[in-house]
Design a protein around this ligand. Structure first.
Ligand SMILES: [Zn+2]
Length: 147
């Protein structure tokens, strides 16, 4: 399989098409004549994710709106904008109280409580074990005393 290769930045021609290796992962892709170094779309996306995770992560809502607010029958944001199932209703703006949004802080507390519960359970187990050991010791002592 003979390939015409004209190496610049890991690039080669196939017919009139110029291919160049992605700078990051090395995957070849079709590029223009003037390209010096390229990244494939996958790596560009990855880079975007790394640089702007807040913009590309769909789970992050910078507006302070709760996840799934656009599925809610009625949602009023903190500026008084009213949305019915995600559709803005401009004439209702300012007429309704903002929908209360559960803050992420609450979730943190929940997690801490769970941890605390685990710690408490662990302590309980330890205490129970201690009690059991003591009971056994008492029992043995008692037996020895008797015997
Ligand atoms: Zn790549």
């Amino acid at each position: 399989m003979a390939r015409k290769k004209k190496i610049e930045y890991h690039s080669y021609y196939e017919g009139h098409l110029r291919y160049m290796a992605c700078k990051v992962c090395g995957r070849y892709q079709n590029v223009g004549e003037e390209a010096i170094g390229v990244k494939c779309s996958r790596c560009v996306n990855m880079m975007m994710m790394n640089n702007y995770p807040l913009e590309t992560k769909p789970s992050y809502i910078p507006t302070g709106r709760p996840p799934g607010w656009h599925f809610m029958k009625e949602f009023v944001d903190k500026d008084g904008n009213v949305f019915h199932r995600g559709k803005e209703v401009p004439k209702l703006k300012g007429t309704l109280k903002p929908t209360k949004v559960k803050s992420p802080k609450k979730r943190k507390t929940k997690r801490r409580t769970k941890e605390q519960m685990l710690v408490a359970r662990h302590k309980e187990k330890k205490a129970a074990l201690k009690k059991a050991v003591k009971k056994q010791k008492d029992f043995l002592n008692h037996n020895i005393d008797k015997g």
